[in-house]
Design a protein around this ligand. Structure first.
Ligand code: Z5A
Length: 233
């Protein structure tokens, strides 16, 4: 039996930031580090993460619904989120699994909310309907200049494959996006930690792990205590 299955609810960690910030790269590393501590952990992403939400992802990122505008897009990202939360995130957290998610509600706040200039009352009503009381325990905001992130994303594509609906926006859009994420972090310092993502991959991992240890240490200690008790039994 996994250790966290005896220790109550899992922790919910989200990674946020602009294109090419290193979210997907770091997500895998975090999950491996948690597993090395014998913590049940799973990696997931948004939009997507469950079969229904993955179907919506394809449509949303293809750009074919861009003409509907940010309000409709926010509703569709939220519809995908409802399926993801109901089918994967909530059941996993309830059985003690730690969930590490590439993008979550802050991406809707930044992309559709700040950049789409949506009324904050509309967004908070949508969040209430979509999430109820669910909020990440820790949100890591990977921050770097937009041109650096876009160059990384382009290099990863290696010339092959088309930029998606959001990568195609101009540099000004991506700089505003960066500002929107930093504003979210400033407004919610208890939940969010800004990580300087311009550094090397291992330095970024180190900073992320320091934040996890710092913010979620009591839970990590609980896992260690359970492990020790389990080994002693
Ligand atoms: N979206 C939205 O509008 N509203 C919402 O509510 C939600 C999402 C949930 C999802 O795209 C899109 O949906 C997203 C927002 C919108 N916009 N776009 N585009 P996605 O999931 O396909 O892509 P992404 O989330 O933007 O991730 P990304 O571009 O794939 O970037 P990343 O995951 O942050 O980076 P990465 O893949 O880990 O790294 C990129 C490259 O850089 C790769 O070659 C790495 O090897 C390299 N890398 C990583 N770290 C480093 C360091 N430290 N140094 C040097 N090179 C590095």
């Amino acid at each position: 039996m996994s250790l966290m299955q005896t220790g109550g609810r899992g922790s919910f960690i989200t990674l946020e930031g602009g294109e090419g910030a290193g979210k997907s790269t770091q997500l895998q590393v975090i999950v491996e580090k948690l597993k090395a501590l014998q913590i049940d952990a799973l990696a997931t992403r948004e939009p997507g993460g469950s079969p229904g939400a993955e179907t919506l992802r394809e449509i949303l990122l293809s750009g074919q619904l861009k003409h509907l505008g940010p309000k409709a897009e926010a509703i569709l990202f939220s519809a995908a989120r409802i399926d993801h939360v109901d089918c994967l995130i909530e059941p996993a957290l309830a059985k003690g699994t730690w969930v590490v998610c590439d993008r979550f509600l802050d991406s809707t706040r930044a992309y559709q909310g700040a950049l789409g200039k949506l009324d904050p009352r509309f967004l908070s009503a949508l969040e209430r309907v979509t999430l109820g009381d669910l909020l990440p325990d820790l949100t890591l905001i990977l921050d770097l200049p937009a041109d650096v992130g876009l160059a990384r994303a382009k290099a990863r594509r290696g010339g092959a494959g088309e930029a998606d609906r959001f990568e195609q926006e101009d540099l000004q859009f991506h700089e505003s996006l960066r500002a929107a994420f930093l504003a979210i972090a400033k407004a919610e310092p208890k939940r969010c930690v800004i990580i300087d993502a311009q550094r090397s991959q291992s330095e970024v991992t180190e900073a992320i792990w320091a934040a996890i240890s710092d913010r979620l240490l009591p839970r990590l200690r609980l896992v260690e205590a359970e492990r020790d008790a389990g080994h002693g039994a």
